[in-house]
Design a protein around this ligand. Structure first.
Ligand SMILES: Cc1cc2nc3c(=O)[nH]c(=O)nc-3n(C[C@H](O)[C@H](O)[C@H](O)COP(=O)(O)O)c2cc1C
Length: 417
C-alpha cells in the first residue's frame, strides 16, 4: 500500500513532499505554520488578507489606528468611496509580513502567499497590483491566486523582474473557470500557471459553488480538468483540495493523477495555527450538524462556518473606516448595506442584529468568524481528550507527518503524557 511519501511534487527545480497547506486568512495560517510546513519539505501558505491588522499585531505598527483616525469623519456615512487605502502603506505592510516570513524560512520546502481577488479594497485593480508585486519584492516563493477569476492578474505583474521565477498558481472549482483564466492570462503574458489547485465543495473558507454545492464531487471535477489538460497537451501540476482528511485520502488522489494535495482543516487545531485556543476547542467539539454553508459573507460567495460562531447574527457597526477590505470599486459593502437597512427598522438606541450578512472584516480580525472545512467534525478523531474534557492541541509536524506516512486510513494520535 502506498503512502503520500512515495510521491513527489516537482515545481521547477524543487522536489517537494506533495502536501500543500492552504492559505487561511486572516492569519489563521500564520507565518509560523507556513515556515514549519516548508521545513518539513512541503508548501506552506501565508495569506495577505487584512495585512495591516496582521502586521499591527505582529510588529506593533499602527496602520489600522491611523486609518481610522484619518477617516473617522465618515463613520456615519453609508457611502464609503472616500475611504481609500494608501498604496505605499499597503506595499510596506505586505513587504513586512512576507519578508519576515521568508527570512524565517528554513529547509527544503516553499512558502507561498494566498491572494484573494475578492478583497477589492475600494480600488480592486491597484490594490491587487500592489499586493502581488510587494509580495514578489519581498521574496515570496509563490503566489496562489484565490477567491476570484483573476482574469487580469498576470498582466499586473508581467513586467516584474521575478515574473518567471515566482511560482504562480490559481484555485479553480470548475473546468470553465480554468479555461477562462488560461485564455485571459496565458495569451498576453506568454506564461502558464505553475500549478492548479482544484478546490471541491467540502473545503473551508469561501466556496466556488452555489447553493447546489452538494451536487459536485472533487473526484469528478479533477478528472474533467485532468483529461482536458491532457487533450490540450498542457502539463501543469494539479492539486486537489477540500475534504482530504487522511494520508490515504491523499494517496487516492495522487494515484488518480494529482501531483499533490492541498489541505487545511487538520491544521486548524495545531499550536502554530493563529486561531485562539478556545476556538480550536470549538473546532474539536463540533458535530456534523453544527457545520453549515451560508451566504453571510459580503463577498457574495457561499462560506462554510460553525453555526454558533459570534459572527453570525451580530449587528456590529460596519468598520470600513478601519478595515474596508470588502468595499467594491464604488465603495459599497453588502454588510454595510444590510446593517443600514436593519437599523432603519429600529427606534433610537436599539441595536441591529443582522442575520443576512456578516461584517467579515471585523469578525475575521477578531477570530469570530469560524470558517471551517466540512470534516471539521472529524477533528476529534485526531487527538486525545484531556481529563478536563478539552482536546490536546497538535503540532504542525505531527499532522504533516501523519499525512505523509499514514496507511490503511489510520490517523496517528499524539503520544499520551
Ligand atoms: C479556517 C480556514 C480558512 C480558510 N481561508 C482561506 C482563505 O483565506 N483563502 C483561500 O483561498 N482558502 C481558504 N481556505 C481553504 C483552504 O485553503 C483549503 O483549500 C481547503 O480548506 C482544503 O480543504 P480541507 O480544509 O478540507 O483540508 C480556508 C480553509 C479553512 C479551514
Amino acid at each position: 500500500m502506498k503512502r503520500v511519501d512515495d510521491f513527489r511534487l516537482r515545481l521547477g527545480s524543487n522536489e517537494l513532499v506533495p502536501i500543500m497547506v492552504g492559505g487561511m486568512g486572516v492569519d489563521i495560517s500564520t507565518s509560523a505554520l507556513a515556515v514549519e510546513v516548508a521545513r518539513l519539505g512541503g508548501i506552506g501558505h501565508i495569506s495577505d488578507a487584512m495585512v495591516h491588522t496582521v502586521t499591527d499585531r505582529r510588529f506593533h505598527t499602527h496602520y489600522v489606528k491611523d486609518r481610522l483616525k484619518q477617516y473617522k469623519f465618515n463613520v456615519g456615512n453609508l457611502d464609503k468611496s472616500v475611504v481609500q487605502f494608501d498604496l505605499g502603506q499597503l506595499a510596506e505592510a505586505t513587504r513586512l509580513h512576507v519578508g519576515s516570513t521568508m527570512e524565517a524560512k528554513r529547509g527544503p520546502g516553499l512558502v507561498f502567499m494566498n491572494c484573494m481577488e475578492k478583497l477589492t479594497m475600494n480600488n480592486p485593480r491597484e490594490t491587487l497590483r500592489v499586493r502581488l508585486r510587494s509580495a514578489m519584492d519581498a521574496g515570496v516563493d509563490g503566489i496562489t491566486l484565490a477567491a476570484g477569476l483573476h482574469l487580469g492578474s498576470f498582466a499586473l505583474i508581467q513586467d516584474h523582474p521575478r515574473f518567471l521565477d515566482v511560482k504562480l498558481g490559481i484555485i479553480v472549482s470548475s473546468l470553465r473557470a480554468l479555461q477562462l483564466f488560461l485564455k485571459k492570462n496565458a495569451r498576453g503574458s506568454g506564461r502558464l500557471p505553475d500549478y492548479i489547485v482544484v478546490e471541491g465543495p467540502l473545503a473551508g473558507g469561501h466556496l466556488g459553488f452555489g447553493e447546489d454545492w452538494r451536487e459536485y464531487d472533487l473526484v469528478e471535477i479533477l478528472a474533467e480538468i485532468r483529461d482536458w489538460l491532457r487533450a490540450e497537451k498542457l502539463d501543469i501540476p494539479l492539486i486537489p483540495a477540500g475534504g482530504i482528511f487522511t494520508g490515504c485520502d491523499a494517496v487516492k488522489f495522487l494515484e488518480q493523477g494529482a501531483h499533490a494535495v492541498q489541505v487545511a482543516t487538520r491544521f486548524t487545531v495545531t499550536k502554530e495555527c493563529g486561531l485562539p485556543d478556545d476556538v480550536k476547542q470549538a473546532y474539536f467539539q463540533a458535530d456534523e450538524d453544527q457545520i453549515e454553508v451560508n451566504n453571510a459573507s459580503p463577498t457574495g460567495y457561499p462560506m462554510r462556518m460553525l453555526k454558533g460562531c459570534p459572527a453570525i447574527g451580530s449587528g456590529v457597526r460596519p468598520n470600513c473606516e478601519a478595515f474596508g477590505y470588502l468595499l467594491d470599486a464604488s465603495g459599497r459593502c453588502q454588510y454595510a448595506e444590510a446593517w443600514e437597512q436593519e437599523k432603519a427598522k429600529l427606534s433610537e438606541g436599539q441595536k441591529p442584529a443582522v442575520r443576512t450578512k456578516t461584517c467579515l472584516c471585523t469578525h475575521m480580525r477578531n477570530f469570530h468568524c469560524w470558517t471551517c472545512g466540512h470534516y471539521t467534525w472529524r477533528l476529534k478523531e485526531t487527538s486525545l481528550r484531556e481529563p478536563d474534557g478539552s482536546y490536546r492541541l497538535l503540532s504542525v509536524e505531527h499532522v504533516f507527518r501523519d499525512y505523509q506516512y499514514s496507511v490503511d486510513g489510520r490517523i496517528e494520535l499524539p503520544s499520551p503524557g
